[in-house]
Design a protein around this ligand. Structure first.
Ligand code: FES
Length: 110
């Protein structure tokens, strides 16, 4: 095993809830073990997931507004790109997670 393989962090896919728990166009917060995640279901059917708490000052990101590119925190309106979690307005980056639906379950890779 190479040094690169040893340093690669392990990831785990975790069931956090059901697709119907998240109305189209909205986000919801879920608990996955010790991790709080916010899952968004866009009106086009796509899913996005991130940490539930904003890196700026802890705002509830599941209550934020989003489109396919940017999530806006409801507390101070900082924006974050879904593509890489980077802030569009000067805050620290978000952690973004892969998320998919399987048989109605929401599966987030932590
Ligand atoms: S807490 Fe999210 S922008 Fe300030």
């Amino acid at each position: 095993m190479s040094l690169t393989e040893l340093q690669t962090p392990t990831t785990t896919e975790v069931r956090v809830g059901r697709l119907e728990d998240v109305p189209p166009g909205e986000g919801r917060a879920f608990t996955a073990g010790d991790t709080q995640v916010a899952v968004f279901r866009l009106r086009d059917g796509s899913l996005h997931a991130t940490q539930a708490s904003c890196p700026h000052a802890g705002g509830p990101l599941a209550d934020g507004q989003t489109d396919a590119r940017v999530l806006v925190c409801p507390l101070h309106l900082f924006g974050f790109r879904w593509s890489d979690g980077a802030s569009t307005s000067g805050a620290g980056p978000l952690r973004v997670y892969a998320v998919r639906e399987s048989d109605g379950d929401l599966l987030v890779t932590l």
